[in-house]
Design a protein around this ligand. Structure first.
Ligand code: SRM
Ligand code: SF4
Length: 555
């Protein structure tokens, strides 16, 4: 074994010897055990599945000498977050029959099922497949779900962008047939021909995940600069419509590793639509070959950019592209829209954006709530269900004459209209954290409602109740709810404490800075109050809190 091979992380040899993501998955799924082997757990991720255990009962079970409560999370990649009524109903049925009864909308417009048992994984995958959905490549060291603004999805003028999201999802999906063999058909393919993987993946795929987003030209709800590769639709003075390409963004950090950091993507080039695939390919092969395969905590594209230096990094991509990259255009990013409330589309149909607290669609104990409201809508009409990158849902393609019927139905199920939402609640995000996430240090989703109430009370007390304030909370510094670019980011630090980051903003073009560390959650409103007071008294007309913090408060 060469020295180089010896230093590769174990995941690399698991990929290498997996026969394109098959490994022993089939045998492991058929065994009587409620969990899978470590090797299979890693391969599972490429199939969109995470092996977890219920952390609420982990300690008592361990103390009692019992085995853990093994559960699985399945993430369904949905390019552009767009689903039909039939697909929504299939998702609803799966949540009821095979998962924990909830549907979790993610910050990348995917759907997650939680609490699934090993013996249901193949049935669940088969049901997705029957409705033209899949969890394959929603996770793993590959190009992940392509996210895009839901306004682009809805607007007929931007149909080509929806097509682009679908195109990228197909073009950069791994070619291996492993998922269909293992999870959908439950058997090895009759053909003994080995399947050939795309050369930009090879046998060991990418060093780590790779994320793509398409922004709206006028607003940045996808946080395009947080992506490995972002596309901003733009018009070149000579070449016409195309995309400004930004690369090397990423928000995760690790406390154990001080040389990890959040980085905003930087402009690479402007491309016309027919040049795009080749430029992405050049970025992917650069990453495939130069990304760090010896340390998964530092394996993202942003570290290749930072370690090589931006000029050498761009020169390497240019070499692989085979021709000079033209300069990127200067593009200004605009505030993110939350897509909540009613609007009329250019074809005269209506859509309504509904707030989903931390992305969790569920009913209350009486079977009343958002989940049953959405089920009724999907049963009665052929609608479009658009998941937003803010964990919310937009119901689109509503006939104008159905306005009152939809509004009444939502009210009857206790779904609040946008006018009834507090301003903090409106924009707040939280990651799932405990009890499902293996990496969570603290609570996030379950504590978000009380944190929202406390921060809103602070705003109200200072007479600022009508001002927007963007709050994002995560249970660790991986940053899944993108707190690193939020006006107020609350990030799990130790079992009961959080770090407070301030000064990001609605345009998503600035990293927040660490304001104070190791705070108890109930200390945060008192820390914010004097800052909010100064914002009220010294802020410019209409100045956002994040902008004020950077201009005046940050020292
Ligand atoms: Fe994430 C890992 C949840 C968006 C950075 N993320 C995880 C895992 C799978 C935990 C794990 O590795 O065991 C979490 C599953 C918890 C659970 O029980 O569901 C998880 N991430 C999520 C979701 C569901 C959060 C949400 O509230 O919606 C989002 C799913 C997105 C999707 O549909 O694909 C989610 N994760 C993000 C984002 C935001 C984004 O992409 O816009 C980030 C920051 C951007 C970035 O990638 O830098 C993010 N997640 C991470 C990281 C840090 C990666 C890094 O290299 O720095 C991890 C850790 C890891 O991969 O080992 C992680
Ligand atoms: Fe888990 Fe951390 Fe992501 Fe939250 S931010 S879901 S705790 S990995």
């Amino acid at each position: 074994m060469s020295e180089e091979t010896a230093s590769l992380v174990a995941e690399e040899s698991i990929k290498q010897s997996s026969n394109h993501l098959r490994g022993d998955l089939l045998e492991d799924l058929e065994s009587a055990a409620p969990n899978l082997s470590g090797h299979s757990e890693h391969l599972l991720k490429f199939h969109g599945i995470y092996a977890q255990d219920n952390r609420d009962v982990r300690r008592e079970r361990t103390l009692a000498g019992e085995s853990l409560e093994y559960i699985f999370m399945i993430r369904v990649a949905i390019p552009g977050g767009r689903l039909s009524s039939t697909q929504w109903l299939a998702i609803d049925n799966i949540a009821e029959e095979l998962a924990d009864g909830s549907i979790r909308l993610t910050t990348r417009q995917a759907v997650q099922f939680h609490g699934v048992l090993k013996f249901s994984l193949q049935e669940l995958s088969g049901r997705l497949h029957a409705h033209a959905m899949t969890s394959f490549a929603a996770c793993g060291d590959v190009v992940r779900n392509t996210v895009m603004c839901s306004s682009l999805v809805s607007d007929d003028d931007h149909t080509h962008v929806t097509e682009l999201a679908n195109h990228l999802a197909t073009k950069f999906k791994p070619a291996t047939q492993a998922h269909w063999e293992v999870f959908v058909n439950g058997e090895r393919a009759a053909s003994i021909e080995p399947d050939v993987e795309h050369d930009f993946y090879g046998d060991t795929y990418l060093p780590r995940k790779f994320k793509i987003a398409i922004a709206h030209p006028d607003e940045n709800c996808v946080d395009v600069l947080a992506q490995d590769l972002g596309l901003i639709p733009s018009t070149h003075p000579d070449l016409g419509a195309g995309y400004n390409v930004v690369i090397g963004g990423g928000l995760g950090r690790s406390y154990a590793q001080p040389d990890t950091f959040a980085r905003l993507a930087t402009p690479l080039t402007f491309v016309t639509p027919d040049e795009l695939d080749d430029v992405i390919r050049a970025v992917l092969t650069t990453y495939r070959d130069l990304g760090d395969r010896t340390n998964r905590r530092r394996a993202r594209l942003k570290y290749v950019a930072a370690d090589m230096g931006i000029d050498d990094f761009y020169a390497e991509i240019e070499k692989r592209y085979g021709q000079a990259l033209r300069p990127a255009l200067t593009v200004e990013l605009h505030d993110a829209d939350d897509h909540l409330g009613w609007r009329t589309l250019s074809d005269g149909t209506l859509e309504v954006g509904i707030r989903v607290g931390a992305g969790r669609v569920r009913d209350d104990v009486n079977g009343r709530g958002l989940r049953s409201a959405l089920r009724e809508l999907a049963t009665a009409r052929e609608l479009r269900f658009l998941i937003t990158p803010q964990q919310d849902i937009v119901i689109s393609a509503i006939a104008p004459e159905d306005h009152d019927w939809v509004a009444d139905l939502l009210t009857q199920h206790g779904v609040r209209a946008v006018e009834e939402l507090g301003n903090v609640e409106r924009a707040a995000l939280a990651c799932p954290a405990l009890p499902t996430c293996s990496q969570a240090l603290t609570e996030a989703e379950r504590r978000l409602p009380s944190l929202i109430d406390d921060v809103q009370a602070s705003l109200d007390q200072k007479g600022l109740g009508k001002r927007r304030l963007q709050l994002r909370m995560t249970g660790c510094p991986n940053g899944c709810a993108r707190p690193a670019v939020a006006e107020v980011g609350v990030v799990g630090r130790t079992k009961n404490t959080y770090d407070l980051f301030l000064g990001g903003g609605l345009r998503g073009d600035r990293l927040a800075s660490l304001h104070q560390e190791k705070l108890k959650l109930d200390e945060i409103p008192a820390i914010l109050e004097p800052l909010l007071e100064r914002w009220r008294d010294e802020g410019d007309e209409g100045e956002a809190f994040g902008d004020f913090y950077v201009r005046v408060l940050q020292s």
